[in-house]
Design a protein around this ligand. Sequence first.
Ligand SMILES: *Cc1c(COP(=O)(O)O)cnc(C)c1O
Length: 357
Amino acid sequence: IRTLAQLEHAFDLSADEREATGRHTGSLPVGITPYYASLMVRDDPRDPLRRTHIPVGQEYLRTPGESDDPLGEDGHAAVPGLVHRYPDRVLFLATGFCSTYCRYCTRSRMVGEPGGEYSFSYSQWDKALAYIEAHPEIRDVLVSGGDPLTIADDKLDYLLGRLKAIDHVEFVRMGSKVPVVLPQRITRNLIRTLKKHSPLWLSIHFTHPSELSPEVTEACSRLADAGIPLGSQTVLLKGVNDSVDTLKSLFHGLLMRRVRPYYLYQCDPISGSAHFRTPVEKGLEIIRGLRGHTTGYAVPTFVVDAPGGGGKIPLLPDYVAGRDGDDLLLTNYEGRVYRYPDPDGTLGAALAQGRAA
Ligand SMILES: *Cc1c(COP(=O)(O)O)cnc(C)c1O
């Protein structure tokens, strides 16, 4: 579903949605698979999944601190489409195409432009592959985009085969939303292709428990049965999934489908995303509401991807209550304080001093 007419056919659009869609030009086009649209509510613009995919007027507002490339990826590209930010691993943007376009996309500046810089080309892949070959410190390659599972099986086979042939590349992982928005793409032939390139890990972009359909369950089951370890990545979004109950239900559903919650992201300050962003405290409140209250495997790491290219910075609720002499004072998940004997430590000392002062 890519045009206003197609959207009007599938949804009762609000005036705001209609106007915002009509106004749209450039990258981050409107795009929703019919399958994914079928999970959305036809007549309610407040439906969480719908809010993540149908533009609204707020998308055109620019607020302080926002930018088109907040993570500084373009500035850190080793070659076009390859970001070498951490010493031992790289992010390989293999395509600019997605089967759906999330309105809060971190790479909204570059995705969905036919003929754009990130359209598929072997010559671009070759330059990225040559860079990885020339850098023996790279042991982990994260293939993302765009969505790499939109690449045809034979081309994906070629790319994974080339990466696997590099001696120092220990393993490859992919980031994708396809299992959620186009589960029909997880065909037996795709599974055969991916299985050939083991060890291969997959991070799947999940947003909300309403995505956990029978089709998604089947897609996850095929991937997990193929020996592909599955993780999830979720962006914390205001009015969409910003409550303990919603995310707990999502993460429990993922564990049942053999997907381990990996990262919960603070929404990047991408241009026009203010209506999606929560205060950072909200993420901490959610982690506090999960840790200890449910299975440890259901608790992802909450991260802020540092604007300017500092990488992912994990944030945790503060469980250090202070220090009392040789004892470190720690707060448990119920808010009760416990003592841990830590005579040589200094952790919590500043807190204790602050309290004494
Ligand atoms: C997220 C990311 C990675 C992978 O980070 P992990 O914490 O290892 O999952 C690598 N490179 C870039 C540029 C990234 O944004």
